[in-house]
Design a binder for this molecule. Structure first.
Ligand code: UN1
Length: 500
């Protein structure tokens, strides 16, 4: 067992050893072994938040004037440093968050991809030119930064998600304050160490640890925060959105999903099986893009279910740091109990548990928060397990008789993040692309695995209309300014003088 990492806040270019509520230090633990404390971190209070906001406000005045290509060079450097530290970060992530090492490396890789992609934007950040209705007048649009951005991030992608938010925000000329999830303070600390090593000026990036209801809330309510970018639960997102509405802040919300994979009778079943297992049980189902419903055509349902059962039966549970495992632990006790409760609800509402359904306690698993990969059958679309986000290794099987029925059931949820259809019929594939109500649709691929240069986000209650990643991230982190340059030397009156 290694000694715990002592995490500090990073404010104005300094690691601060005395947060205002220092006496109330918090811990993160290895979810595969609850006796192992991975990190100790401060429980920040309002004074820490005020200090971070003041630093970010101060730094903003000069950072916004650093040319975008130069701002981007820092982010490129962060990408290089992430690459150098990839293995160390992945090992730490596996210990602190629990995901298998291969997936943890993927998480860091997503941050690296994002760095190199965002850095390229420093030399684009395109606006538009357009004619003026006047002679000798020039019109254009330019992107302007927003100001100070609070980034509130979850534990399931402890490197990738902060990178998706911070990197485009910084390239666009904003300064940022990261408030990472309580479960993964060590990953956030190491990540910010890397940003700091890239030489970013003091105050441009700041880190405040703490509890959502305290540090997170104080940030969201703070009058000098201009934008909040939040990824997390729909319940917290509702509070964040409402508070930002009342205080006139720009807000980007990325919340839950109830993603479905459809398998039609003409699908390549082996391919669909690989997708279903990865989509439902990858990251222990703890992705907002996870497959939590499998919508199966009745002609292949029995065969596909048997294939899925056999594969699920062979999945090995264990610590993410053990290279021989397939599924890691659930993040914490609260989440473990929540998954268990959903199984009870499923049972009460008439679903049948085909495999799993219990907290796993065999051998060393008893020391962690492990849940058996679970398949629920005879699920009807109105059951709670078919409607609510579970965030665990649980997938519900729903039988359908036609493609139209499949799409209708897929859409019959309040969420709309990711979706997938397995079919060999090109007409169905394009119909799915058109008719599915989701921000992301995969054809013959699982619901997880979004790439950083495409927009990421969802419709309905998944989000509030923004898309992270891709060029659409720039729309979150910039305001448009329309600029008119009159070089006629005389007053020209729009709507009047040009009509004679
Ligand atoms: C999330 O679950 O919050 O598409 C993000 C994916 C990953 C990102 C998931 N690239 O599954």
């Amino acid at each position: 067992m290694t000694t715990p990492l002592i995490c500090q806040n990073y404010i104005n270019g300094q690691w601060l050893h005395k947060p205002s509520l220092e006496s109330h230090s918090l811990e993160s633990r290895n979810p595969a072994n609850k006796n192992e404390v991975v990190a100790i971190f401060p429980r920040s209070g309002i004074e820490d938040i005020n200090a971070a906001v003041a630093a970010a406000c101060q730094a903003y005045h000069s950072w916004r004037k650093v040319p975008a290509p130069a701002r981007a060079e820092y982010i490129f450097r962060v990408g290089e440093l992430l690459l150098e530290n990839k293995e160390e970060l992945a090992q730490l992530m596996s210990r602190e968050m629990g995901k298998p090492l291969t997936e943890a490396r993927g998480d860091v890789q997503e941050g690296i991809d994002c760095a190199f992609y965002s850095a390229g934007e420093g030399r684009r950040l395109f606006g538009q030119t357009t004619p003026s209705e006047m002679s000798n007048k020039f019109a254009m649009t330019v992107r302007m930064p927003i100001g100070v951005c609070a980034l509130i991030t979850p534990w399931n992608f402890p490197v990738a998600i902060p990178c998706w938010k911070a990197m485009p925000a910084l390239v666009c000329g904003n300064t940022v304050i990261l408030k990472p999830a309580e479960d993964t303070p060590a990953c956030a600390t190491k990540l910010i160490e890397i940003f700091a090593s890239a030489g970013l000026p003091p105050g441009v990036i700041n880190l405040v640890h703490g509890v959502g209801e305290e540090a997170g809330k104080a940030l969201v309510e703070h009058p000098n925060i201009d934008l909040v970018s939040f990824t997390g639960s729909s319940e917290t997102g509702a509070f964040v959105g409402a508070t930002c509405g009342l205080t006139h802040k720009r807000v980007c919300l990325e919340m839950g999903g109830k993603n479905a994979q459809v398998v039609m009778e003409d699908a390549d079943l082996e391919l669909a099986l690989d997708g279903a297992v990865w989509g439902a049980f990858g990251t222990t189902g703890q992705r907002c893009t996870a497959t939590s419903r499998l919508i199966l055509h009745r002609d292949i349902k029995e065969k596909f279910t048997n294939m899925l059962l056999e594969r699920t039966n062979n999945l090995r549970l264990g610590a993410g740091t053990d290279s021989n495992i397939d599924i890691g632990p659930i993040i914490n006790e609260k989440q473990l109990q929540r998954v268990k409760q959903y199984i009870d609800i499923a049972r009460e509402q008439g679903a049948k548990i085909l495999i799993g359904g219990e907290i796993a306690t065999d051998g060393e698993l008893v020391n962690g928060y492990f849940f058996e990969p679970t398949i629920l059958d005879q699920v009807t679309p109105n059951m709670r397990v078919a409607q609510e986000e579970i965030f665990g290794p649980v997938v519900a099987l729903i039988e359908i008789s036609s493609f139209e029925e499949a799409i209708a059931i897929l859409n019959d949820t309040n969420y709309g993040l990711s979706s997938s259809v397995y079919t060999r019929d090109i007409n169905r594939a394009f119909t799915a692309m058109r008719d599915i109500e989701a921000g992301i649709t995969y054809i013959n691929g699982p619901t997880i695995g979004a790439e950083v240069h495409l927009p990421f986000g969802g419709v309905k209650q998944t989000g509030n209309g923004h898309r992270e990643a891709g060029t659409t991230a720039l729309d979150i982190f910039t305001e448009w300014k329309s600029v008119y340059v009159d070089f006629s030397g005389s007053l020209q009156r729009a709507q009047i003088d040009n009509r004679g």
